[in-house]
Design a protein around this ligand. Structure first.
Ligand SMILES: Nc1ncnc2c1ncn2[C@@H]1O[C@H](COP(=O)(O)OP(=O)(O)O)[C@@H](O)[C@H]1O
Ligand SMILES: [Mg+2]
Length: 473
């Protein structure tokens, strides 16, 4: 396969040959023809003048007449008889003339015999020069043909001068051609080679290489496209790698979280089977603990199902216009019933009215409040848990505020991550999956809102978000 440079050179060369050489050749030929025609017509006029001169002159011999005319015009004049013998030739004496060949078979004479005149160019071996011969019939006394001849010296020197110019021009243009091929190579081929090198590197997995080709032409566009492609693919691949890392971490966490309660349950059952079943005090407490672990497993699996539905995009929101107050009231009632810590008071602070209409998915919002209230109870020892509801422009502002342990600044960034639990939380309570808040955040974001958190260690924590308010249904 030819390289671009070679193809370009060939194309330019072909173009040049066609565009320069063929017109030159054509022009040369037509100029040559015209020069010849011009000389021929001059010679013809001379012949006519000479034939007139010949017919008018009776005092001189025909050889003298030819010489006279030849001297005056610098032409060779030849006088030929009907049968072809040369009667006179300017510049030659009688003896020399008598030795000349019969001229009847000369092409210009043959032609003059048939047509009005004859013309031929050839090398004269007598005079060692190129000559152009023109002949006509004269029919004056013994003379039947007169012929005039002129050297082609001048025409030939013109032609060779022209040729030398042409050679120089062709040489110059070829130099320019080579230079242009070199330039085009620099403009086109080298940048393409550089881009190809970058692409080759990217192919081998080096996503950080970028092409340096600059400018505004198509090659620079190509370079930019390849760079952009490398950017996108690079980030995509980085994301995929990160995702698979997150995924395997998630899997490790899930298996660990599942294993702990299962191991406890089987431990209790083993102990019961190996005799503790008989001891009424022990067996009840072991069964209770098993139940607690089963509940924990159940909660974990429920959260996992939600997480995987979020992942696959199956967890869609059925957003409708609802009165949210009954949902919160029911949750608070249940939480109060479940709460056995007398130091905690759970209450609602509603500053709107006895109906709070918002746009939301009732089941999912139930899940959000349930998670937030459970967290508040779990991480609070004493004080209040307040569900605050207030109007804020075209939105309703909800917050769940507790007077619990609080979350430190570093952890606040991470509590919405899957399985993340603060060190404090891990040592406080065994229950909890670390999945709740990540689900909460997803649901709130799917409602087109953001969940915010403010916290102070040992003072308490407030989670808040807003939903679109509906004035009346
Ligand atoms: N109201 C709160 N007060 C203090 N810490 C909290 C509160 N809510 C959440 N956290 C912290 O955020 C972590 C993540 O919460 P979450 O995802 O609901 O998991 P879980 O409740 O199962 O531990 C908790 O482990 C806890 O450290
Ligand atoms: Mg939770």
């Amino acid at each position: 396969m030819l390289k671009i440079r070679q193809k370009l050179f060939l194309a330019l060369f072909a173009l040049l040959s066609l565009g320069l050489l063929s017109p030159t050749l054509f022009i040369n030929r037509s100029i040559d023809r015209e020069v010849k025609e011009e000389i021929t017509s001059t010679l013809l006029s001379h012949l006519k003048a000479f034939s007139l001169y010949l017919s008018q002159n009776n005092s001189l011999s025909i050889t003298e007449i030819a010489s006279d005319y030849s001297n005056a015009t610098d032409l060779r004049i030849t006088l030929i008889a009907k049968e072809g013998s040369v009667l006179g030739e300017s510049g030659l004496n009688e003896t020399q003339v008598s030795q000349m060949d019969n001229h009847l078979n000369r092409p210009e004479i043959q032609m003059a015999d048939k047509e009005t005149f004859g013309v031929a160019t050839r090398y004269s071996s007598t005079l060692k020069k190129d000559y152009i011969y023109v002949a006509i019939k004269a029919e004056s006394g013994p003379v039947f043909y007169i012929r005039a001849a002129q050297t082609l010296d001048f025409a030939n020197s013109l032609i060779s001068l022209r040729q030398s110019y042409q050679y120089r021009i062709i040489f110059l243009v070829s130099m320019v051609l080579v230079f242009f091929t070199f330039l085009v190579d620099r403009w086109v081929t080298s940048p393409i080679r550089r881009i190809a090198k970058v692409a080759e590197k990217i192919k081998t997995g080096d996503w950080s290489t970028r092409s340096q080709v600059k400018g505004t032409d198509e090659i620079a566009d190509l370079s930019r496209s390849i760079n952009d492609m490398a950017d996108t693919l690079g980030t995509d691949i980085a994301q995929i790698l990160k995702m698979s890392e997150v995924r395997s971490e998630f899997l490790i966490n899930v298996t660990h979280e599942l294993k702990t309660p299962i191991a406890s349950i089987s431990g209790y059952i083993e102990t019961l089977l190996s005799g503790a079943l008989e001891d009424e005090k022990v067996n009840r407490s072991f069964l209770k603990r098993s139940l607690k672990n089963t509940r924990r497993l159940e909660a974990l699996v429920t959260d996992l199902v939600d997480i995987s539905r979020i992942e696959t995009g199956e967890l869609t929101m059925n957003i409708s216009q609802i009165d949210i107050l009954p949902i919160i009231e029911e949750l608070v009632r249940d939480a109060s019933l479940r709460n056995d810590n007398e130091d905690i008071e759970i209450k609602i602070n509603n500053t709107i009215s006895d109906q709070v209409f918002v746009e939301a998915d009732p089941d999912r919002i139930h899940q959000v409040f349930n998670n937030l209230i459970s967290n508040a109870i779990r991480y609070t020892d004493k004080g209040q848990i307040v569900m605050n509801i207030e109007s804020k422009g075209d939105r309703v502002h909800f917050s769940v505020r507790d007077t619990g342990v609080g979350i430190n600044k570093d952890s606040i960034q991470r509590i919405f991550e899957r399985f993340y639990r603060t060190q404090n939380a891990r040592s406080r309570v065994k229950s909890g999956t670390g999945l709740g808040l990540s689900i909460v955040r997803h649901i709130i974001e799917a409602h087109g809102a953001n969940i915010e958190v403010e916290s102070e260690i040992d003072k308490g924590t407030t989670f808040s978000f807003e939903l679109k308010k509906i004035d009346k249904i």
